[in-house]
Write a new protein. Structure first.
Length: 297
């Protein structure tokens, strides 16, 4: 990836006992970064040992690949253990050579989003200070987790109006977004229009796209229980990722686009890594293809 140091293209790696071995096997495909994801809780994972094993793998086989971020995807507003685990990964991120922690903003269950803002402030004011003190940034994924403005049980950070409330409640430069077009397309938002307005708050990008069935929407709407949008791996969905990367670069973004697999209805199971590697190559082309140095004259 020589020359493309501003935006790396990588993938997500669920943290399991064989995480380092999984990375070793997929490194030859050319992934440039990895987000390590823990689910709701860290559990019994020895973070220092994990860091040693992963960094040893990257040093041996990585060709410059890095750990882009650590992700904890629970509900910290009602689950104290999740909040404590976010604090733990903030403290240990530098052991992995990264400065990014990702996850959900959380939610008070089944109440409108504004009723979660006080709890968000109580939880994330100290976490934001902790992150600032350590040079770490926190990026909230924009997934609705099947929630709406009125009800839900995981995450308030899925609508621009909620982002405005969150960042007003905790006005810390350490807080931003883990953005992807897919989740916005589920809400029938045009992702490029949104990205132009919010790119300054985007710290990390998930490489996940969507295909919207506009014919089905026009015929039957979105409340009839029928599928009107499918999550897709980049390169198989509706989004122009060349434009996504151009907007990010114009905003000064420096970081990773890490492919979030295991969602595509076609490129899954035996075709999972086929789809992810195709997405890797597609996103590398959208980034401009091979880096070409300017003449030194």
């Amino acid at each position: 990836m020589q020359g493309h140091q501003d935006i790396r293209i990588g993938t997500l790696v669920p943290v399991k006992p064989n995480a380092a071995e999984y990375i070793r096997q997929i490194l030859p495909h050319g992934f440039e970064s990895f987000e390590l994801t823990f689910g709701e809780h860290i559990g019994e994972v020895d973070l220092d040992r994990l860091a040693d094993r992963v960094l040893e793998t990257l040093a041996t086989d990585g060709k410059g690949a890095v750990i882009s971020s650590l992700g904890v995807y629970g509900n910290p507003l009602i689950d104290q253990r999740t909040a404590e685990d976010i604090a733990r990964v903030i403290d240990v991120a530098d052991r992995f050579g990264c400065s990014m922690v990702c996850g959900f903003a959380g939610r008070i269950v089944d109440v409108p989003i504004p009723e979660s803002i006080d709890a968000f402030r109580r939880v994330f004011e100290p976490l934001a200070r902790r992150a600032e003190d350590r040079g770490i940034r926190i990026a909230f994924e924009n997934c609705n987790m099947d929630g709406t403005w009125e009800r839900g049980d995981w995450n308030i950070a899925h609508a621009p109006a909620a982002w405005e409330m969150m960042f007003e409640a905790v006005p810390s430069p350490a807080l931003g977004l883990e953005w992807e077009p897919c989740h916005q397309m589920v809400s029938l938002i045009e992702p490029l229009t949104q990205l132009r307005q919010w790119a300054h708050r985007v710290f990390h990008v998930h490489g996940k796209d969507a295909t919207v069935d506009w014919e089905a929407i026009r015929a039957r709407g979105i409340r009839g229980g029928e599928t009107y949008v499918q999550h897709r791996t980049p390169g198989f969905g509706d989004t122009n990722w060349t434009d996504v990367i151009s907007i990010l670069r114009q905003s000064g973004f420096r970081g990773s686009i890490d492919i979030e697999g295991w969602h595509d209805p076609v490129y899954r199971d035996r075709l999972e890594m086929t789809g992810q590697v195709r997405a890797l190559h597609y996103l590398q082309e959208c980034r401009g293809g091979s880096f070409i140095a300017n003449p030194n004259v």
